[in-house]
Design a binder for this molecule. Structure first.
Ligand SMILES: Cc1cc2nc3c(=O)[nH]c(=O)nc-3n(C[C@H](O)[C@H](O)[C@H](O)COP(=O)(O)OP(=O)(O)OC[C@H]3O[C@@H](n4cnc5c(N)ncnc54)[C@H](O)[C@@H]3O)c2cc1C
Length: 421
């Protein structure tokens, strides 16, 4: 039997689901496909933060100087498995290239287009799907142990100011007045009034799928094997069990696996996994936090999600197949216990996931450069939840041939052509 769909979205993480949902809301007949329950990939375990200030370019001289020390320190916020590091040299060269002053400005300007509207877009989306309660009204404190750490992190505050984002610097008793549970050793904190969080990231994806279905969209449990095309463009996808679904518009939003399909379509992309960890501390956890916490120097967050306090973060460059190194998760818990001494780490679950990361830290949100009707949305790195609703809007516009409200030139798939990935 021929199965034909006007639009297929492959990958039901935060990114693919937000796109499929937005397309259905605009009256498109959508099929969303995933080989697991929607939201069970990387989107399951993130730190749930709408990290409005998180769009600074990561590659910059101040980061480069720290890298050699980080590589020698197992407790460092960034580590690399030496066997994997050699395979990453082309990615790393591009990462360095992204740290030129002109490129840093371009990357940050591109990120700002998304970051500055992300909270409003998520709020609107949650309203449309009837789930406003998933957005916590609590905001975020960014912590610094020393004056020096605060001065070293000044660039992030300057960036926010340049793009009209508010913040408030707190010190001494003012920090404890906001969050009494914080260790008095913390010298400075920055209140980030736009950095809200989602109380349940998996629930966020599930509610988007429900809304998509209510509007006539469908979800299919399936593992995409390949894309078929002819000289007019995309014609079908084929699943690993042999099922064939005809379509002339396909969005590949398969997280890390998007790279496999892009390569097969003749447009390879330098996607690398930045592995991250979380520990979920089941209630009561000993600490009734008023804020989510972020500690940039130690690369971790603490978020009081609906299912308990979540502690997570870290960047581990170790590829897709190596077993998790749970020590990374436990280091973060130690940091969290330092920040919040009342935290009781008793009943826990641990998780590791793969952030799809491009060397210039901005996603690919793009029509294919080789195939009509094919689109890509991946590489959201640390900001997939933050950019979820905005990604849905701009990708729906691309797929429907409309002009997105955000210029997408910096997010093109072919921006990496030149050096082989
Ligand atoms: C520790 C950690 C903390 C984070 N914290 C935050 C945060 O606080 N705020 C924030 O904004 N971001 C955060 N992130 C980043 C965010 O989670 C990711 O950017 C986001 O989840 C990426 O979403 P995605 O939809 O691209 O990928 P995924 O969630 O991985 O979804 C891709 C989906 O594609 C499916 N798929 C793959 N291949 C196929 C195939 N062949 N056929 C069918 N289906 C397929 C997978 O099963 C998967 O469900 C964090 C990430 C980590 C690891």
């Amino acid at each position: 039997m021929r199965v034909i769909y006007p639009v297929v979205v492959a990958g039901a993480g935060l990114v693919g689901t937000a796109i499929a949902r937005e397309l259905s809301a605009r009256g498109e007949k959508v099929l969303l496909i995933d080989r697991q329950e929607p939201g069970r990939g990387t989107s399951y375990g993130n730190m749930a933060s709408i990290a409005v200030n998180g769009f600074d370019a990561v590659s910059r001289p101040s980061t480069w100087k720290k890298l050699p020390f980080w590589m020698m320190d197992p407790q460092a916020p960034v580590t690399a498995d030496p066997r994997h590091a050699v395979t990453m040299i082309p990615w790393f060269l591009r990462f360095l290239a992204a740290g030129r002053p002109k490129r840093i400005r371009e990357i940050e300007n591109a990120g700002a287009r998304f970051a500055t509207r992300s909270l409003a877009d998520i709020r609107r989306l949650l309203g449309e799907i009837g789930a406003p309660e998933l957005l916590s009204e609590a905001t975020c404190l960014q912590l610094y142990e020393t004056e020096k750490a605060f001065r070293d992190g000044r660039d992030n505050l300057d960036l926010m100011a340049r793009h009209g984002l508010d913040y408030e610097v707190l010190e001494g008793d003012a920090i404890r007045a906001h969050e009494p549970l914080l260790n008095p050793a913390i010298a400075k904190a920055v209140l980030l009034p736009q950095n809200h969080f989602i109380t349940d990231p998996l629930g966020y994806v599930a509610r988007m799928v429900e809304d998509m279905r209510r509007r006539g969209g469908e979800f299919l449990d399936g593992d995409m094997a390949r894309v078929e095309r002819d000289n007019r463009g995309v014609t079908a996808i084929v699943l690993k069990d042999g099922r064939r679904i005809e379509t002339d518009r396909l969005v590949v939003a398969a997280g890390m696996e998007t790279a496999v399909f892009a390569r097969a379509m003749g447009e390879p992309i330098p996607l690398e996994t930045e592995r991250g960890y979380h520990t979920q501390i089941m209630p009561p956890g000993g600490a009734d936090l008023r804020y989510s916490l972020i500690w940039p120097e130690r690369a971790f967050m603490v978020t009081p999600t609906a299912g308990g306090i979540r502690v997570g973060g870290s960047v581990e460059m170790a590829g897709l197949t190596r077993a998790p190194n749970w020590r990374r998760a436990r280091i973060l818990v130690e940091h969290a216990r330092f920040a919040v001494p009342a935290l009781k780490v008793e009943n826990i679950t641990e998780w590791m996931g793969h952030r799809p990361a491009l060397p210039d830290t901005i996603p690919i949100l793009s029509a294919s450069s080789t195939t009509k009707g094919l689109f890509y949305a991946t590489g959201h790195g640390h900001l997939g939840l933050t950019y979820s609703a905005t990604t849905g809007i701009v990708m729906a516009d691309l797929v429907m041939g409309r002009t997105p409200p955000v210029g997408l030139e910096p997010f093109r798939i072919d921006r990496f052509s030149g050096i082989a990935p």
